[in-house]
Design a protein around this ligand. Structure first.
Ligand code: FEO
Length: 402
C-alpha cells in the first residue's frame, strides 16, 4: 500500500522510514562512501506504536514528517534505541520535544548515554536481555550485543513476525537505490558493502561479534532489518554465515600488495612481487598505492585475503606516513591468522623495514612473516628484485589453499 514517498512497507505492519544520505563524503569523517549510506528507521504499527532507531540529525525534518503521516494523530508510544551512535540516535532530542511522554527503550548502558547525549533521564524503559515489550500484536525481545558496535548496542527481535532489527550488525554502506530488500538490489555489491562496513566499523570487535551472532543464531529469523543497507530477506542464514566467517577472521586464497612510493622505485619492487605472485598461481592479487587509495577499501581486501605484502619507502628517517597510518589502523583491528611479507627502501637512513618488522613483532603471532624480508637502497638492483620475486613466490606457497 502506498502511503507517501519514503514510507515503504516491510510487511503488513512495519514500515521503513529511513533516510538515504548521498551528501556525506566520509562516514564517521573517515571512511569514503562514494555511493552514500542509508540510515534505516522502522515504524511498527500496532496498538502501541514504536519506532526502531532514528536517522542522522541532518535528515530529521523529512523523517519526522513521514513519521507524523504514519501516526496520523496517534501518539508515539516507544522509541527502541538499539544504538546511540548519532547516525541512529540523531533525531532523539527532537522526538522528545515533539512527542512528550514517548518512552525510550534501551538497556542500562543505553540509558546512561541517553543522558549524556541528550539529557534524557526520565521516560525511559530499561530492558534486560530476553525481556519482552508487548505492543499488542507484536512482541519484541532484546539481545544485547556489546561492542557491536558500542557497549550499549543491542538487537531487537519481533517474535510475532520473526523480524530481527539488528542495527549495525549486517549493515552495509551505500544508499538504497530504489530497492530496500536484498532481492531488489545488486546483491554482490550489497554483500561487498556489508563487508566494507563490517571491516571498518565493527572489525576490531570480531570476538564480541561472534558472541552476538551466537545469540541471533538461536532465533528463528525470517527477515533481517539492519540500520544500514538493504533488508536481508532472501536468505538471512547465508548473511549470518558470512558475518560469522568474517568474525572468525577466515580468509580466502589471495594476496594484497600495498606500497608507498614517492618516486616509483619502491613501486618497481612491488610490481615485481605482484608479478611473482601471479606467476606462482595466485589468481587474486590486489595492488594498492597507499598514497592514493581510500583506506576502507584497502582494509577490506586485507581482511578478506590470506596474504599481505607491505612495501614502503622511508621518509625523514621514519616509515612513509601513509604506510604508518595503515599499520596503525591494522593494529587497531587486531587482525590475526594472516601471512605477511615486507619490503623496505631508503636512501640514507633505514627505517621503513625496521618499523614494519616491529609492527609484525608487536602482533605476537597475529601476522606470520614470510621470507625473505627485502631491503634496498635508493633503486632496486637485479639482486634486490630477485629477492622480491622470491618473496612473491614464497608468499604464493604460504597462502596456497588458504
Ligand atoms: Fe551505524 Fe555504530 O553506527
Amino acid at each position: 500500500m502506498f502511503k507517501a514517498y519514503g514510507i515503504l512497507p516491510v510487511n503488513e505492519s512495519v514500515y521503513w522510514i529511513g533516510a538515504n544520505d548521498r551528501e556525506t563524503d566520509k562516514f564517521e569523517g573517515l571512511w569514503d562512501i562514494p555511493l552514500g549510506v542509508a540510515y534505516n528507521s522502522y515504524f511498527v504499527d500496532d496498538e502501541r506504536t514504536a519506532l526502531v532507531d532514528t536517522v542522522k540529525s541532518s535528515f530529521m525534518d523529512d523523517f519526522l514528517y513521514r513519521l507524523n503521516l504514519l501516526l496520523d494523530g496517534r501518539r508515539l508510544d516507544y522509541v527502541i534505541v538499539n544504538h546511540m551512535e548519532p547516525d541512529h540516535s540523531g533525531s532523539l532530542g527532537m522526538i522528545r520535544r515533539l512527542y512528550p511522554g514517548v518512552k525510550y527503550v534501551g538497556n542500562a548502558k543505553t540509558l546512561e548515554m541517553l543522558k549524556n547525549f541528550f539529557g534524557i533521564a526520565d521516560d525511559t524503559v530499561e530492558i534486560k536481555e530476553g525481556e519482552t515489550l508487548d505492543l499488542g500484536r507484536h512482541k519484541l525481545t532484546f539481545a544485547t550485543a556489546p561492542m557491536v558496535h558500542w557497549p550499549e548496542s543491542m538487537a531487537t527481535y519481533d517474535v510475532t513476525d520473526r523480524v530481527l532489527f539488528s542495527n549495525d550488525i549486517f549493515g552495509g554502506f551505500g544508499a538504497l537505490e530504489g530497492g530496500i530488500f536484498d532481492d531488489e538490489a545488486n546483491h554482490d555489491w550489497a554483500i561487498y558493502e556489508m563487508m566494507r562496513y563490517y571491516v571498518n566499523i565493527v572489525g576490531r570487535f570480531a570476538a564480541p561479534a561472534l558472541k552476538a551472532l551466537a545469540k541471533v543464531r538461536g532465533l528463528d529469523v525470517a527477515m533481517i532489518c539492519p540500520s544500514h543497507g538493504p533488508i536481508w530477506r532472501s536468505d538471512p542464514s547465508h548473511v549470518m554465515g558470512l558475518y560469522e566467517k568474517w568474525s572468525r577472521q577466515e580468509t580466502e586464497e589471495g594476496v594484497v600488495v600495498v606500497y608507498g612510493s614517492m618516486y616509483g622505485n619502491t613501486k618497481i619492487a612491488s610490481d615485481v612481487i605482484a608479478r611473482a605472485l601471479s606467476e606462482s598461481g595466485v589468481k587474486k592479487v590486489s595492488v594498492y598505492d597507499i598514497s592514493r587509495s581510500n583506506m576502507s577499501y584497502v582494509t577490506t581486501d586485507i581482511w578478506k585475503y590470506a596474504g599481505l605484502i607491505l612495501s614502503s619507502c622511508t621518509y625523514n628517517m621514519e616509515l612513509y606516513p601513509p604506510m604508518a597510518s595503515l599499520l596503525r589502523l591494522l593494529e587497531n583491528k587486531m587482525m590475526k591468522g594472516r601471512k605477511i611479507g615486507l619490503c623496505g627502501s631508503y636512501s640514507w637512513s633505514s627505517a621503513a623495514l625496521r618499523e614494519m618488522t616491529e609492527f609484525v613483532n608487536r602482533s605476537k603471532g597475529g601476522w606470520t612473516p614470510v621470507d625473505p624480508s627485502v631491503e634496498f637502497k635508493s633503486f632496486p638492483t637485479a639482486d634486490d628484485l630477485a629477492l622480491c620475486a622470491s618473496l612473491g613466490k614464497n608468499m604464493a606457497e604460504a597462502v596456497s589453499g588458504m
